[in-house]
Design a binder for this molecule. Structure first.
Ligand code: XUL
Ligand code: CO
Length: 440
């Protein structure tokens, strides 16, 4: 594999918390054994192709600012292959074991679907070689069903069945290439599956169509022997005013309404959680409570901005709480931590791509270790267990088992229990306890 796209930057290695080298890890030591496995196998970090190799820093007020030296040449397929060489050099140097892509990130869209498919096949063959040469694996694949103008009114929820059919054909191919590359999951993010105004929208029909689409994907995966986990990535708004996969709770309701809950789990993105008015940890807990926690799109928003800024997340407190809930739920299974995060518009140097991911990976590695410690000491969990201990007692247990009704409980209160004794929720004590782990 050619290794000349980042000539000034060597493989990033672990140098420990006291290093002053900005191109070294302080907490992420990929080969460190933690909780019985190498850290890289515990965290399963993944690089988002669309941001790190297709993002150029555009915003609504101006064009791209980020110019990469490998983006040269006339033939878009050869440029795509060279770009992919650069990407795999980066994955290797940053020590990320996985990557994730949309079909149109890795290969250029052609004039027809047939041409797009041919382009994809050529680049996928190249990806297969690079995966083999480097050992880097595909965490998930997905289809871009939102950039091309044909999808301006949605893909599976488009009022035009012709667009639905086109999107189905595109996802068919994306599933095939994800299988070819050994993708461990396949993601559906809503893209433009939502509405701008109810004046022109049949909401019920659009939701029925989305469900039909997802059932077709499940059926086709069975036909081609794709065994990866399907994931839904909720987002409440942007690009549409209202996205149907608003948050995990509405996603669960949707999946159960249409008999899809056996086939899907959730890919939870930090910034999408905050846009929905939730914390990251809340979305993780809601998915975990339903047994549907799948994977994480690791990023952060800006609390002062109401859109998806997709930043790398330096907030170790937030991440420790998230990790705590993920560990409590038994981990992510085939999922991982995919850095769905992009450089700021003025961060134009190749080194910035490294600084960004070093920060992201270190924050998660530190948070993971802190969460393990919190769990090992068990003080937080013990507090919560004690708080609910009355449900382990005789009538509490009977309530949980639904063996008692209103009449029984009325009798119990009138004859025996009387007035409950208030107990403190101890929030401030618990905040201090959490801080004691963060500022050790
Ligand atoms: C958009 C977003 C997507 C998905 C993949 O907000 O997060 O990049 O992760 O389609
Ligand atoms: Co995402």
């Amino acid at each position: 594999m050619p290794t000349h796209h980042f000539p000034k930057i060597k493989k990033i290695t672990y140098e420990g918390p006291s290093t002053t080298n900005p191109l070294a890890f302080r907490y992420y030591d990929p080969n460190e054994m933690v909780a019985g496995k190498k850290l890289k196998d515990q965290l399963r970090f993944s690089i988002a192709y669309w941001h790190s190799f297709r993002g150029v820093g555009t915003d609504p007020f101006g064009p791209g600012t980020i110019v990469r030296p490998w983006e040269k040449g006339k033939d878009p397929v050869s440029i795509a292959k060279t770009r992919m060489d650069a990407a795999f050099e980066f994955f290797t140097k940053i020590q990320a074991p996985f990557y994730a892509f949309h079909d149109r990130d890795i290969a250029p869209e052609g004039r027809t679907l047939a041409e797009s498919n041919r382009n994809l096949d050529k680049v996928v063959a190249h990806a297969k070689q690079l995966q083999k040469a480097t050992g880097v694996k595909l965490l998930w694949g997905t289809a871009n069903l939102f950039s091309n103008p044909r999808y301006m009114c949605g893909a599976a929820t488009n009022p035009d069945a012709h667009v639905f059919a086109y999107a189905a054909a595109q996802v068919k191919k994306a599933l095939e290439v994800t299988r070819t590359l050994g993708g461990e999951n396949y993601v559906f993010w809503g893209g433009r599956e939502g509405y701008e105004t109810l004046l022109n929208t049949d909401l019920k029909r659009e939701q029925d169509h989305l469900a039909a689409f997802l059932h077709m994907a499940v059926d086709y995966a069975k036909q081609i022997g794709f065994k990866g986990q399907f994931l839904i990535e909720p987002k409440p708004k942007e690009p549409t005013k209202h996205q149907y996969d608003f948050d995990v709770a509405s996603g669960i309701a949707f999946l159960r309404t249409y008999g899809l809950e056996k086939y899907f789990k959730f890919n939870i993105e930090t910034n999408h959680a905050t846009l929905a008015g939730h914390t990251f940890q809340h979305e993780i807990e809601v998915a975990a409570a339903a047994g549907l926690l799948g994977s994480i799109d690791a990023n952060a928003g800006d609390t002062l901005l109401g859109w998806d800024t997709d930043q790398f997340n330096p907030d170790v407190r937030e991440l420790t709480l998230a990790m705590f809930s993920i560990l409590k739920a038994g981990g992510l299974g085939t999922g991982g931590f995919n850095f769905d995060a992009k450089l700021r518009r003025p961060s134009i140097d190749l080194a910035d791509l490294f600084y960004a991911h070093i920060g992201g990976m270190d924050s998660y590695a530190l948070a993971y270790k802190l969460a393990l410690k919190i769990r090992a000491e068990g003080k937080l969990e013990k507090f919560v267990d004690d708080r609910y201990a009355s449900y382990d007692g005789d009538y509490g247990k009977a309530i949980e088992k639904r063996r008692l009704g209103f009449k029984d409980l009325e009798k119990l209160v009138l004859r025996k229990l009387g007035e409950p004794k208030p107990k403190s929720g101890r929030q401030e004590y618990l905040e201090n306890l959490l801080s004691s782990y963060l500022h050790h």
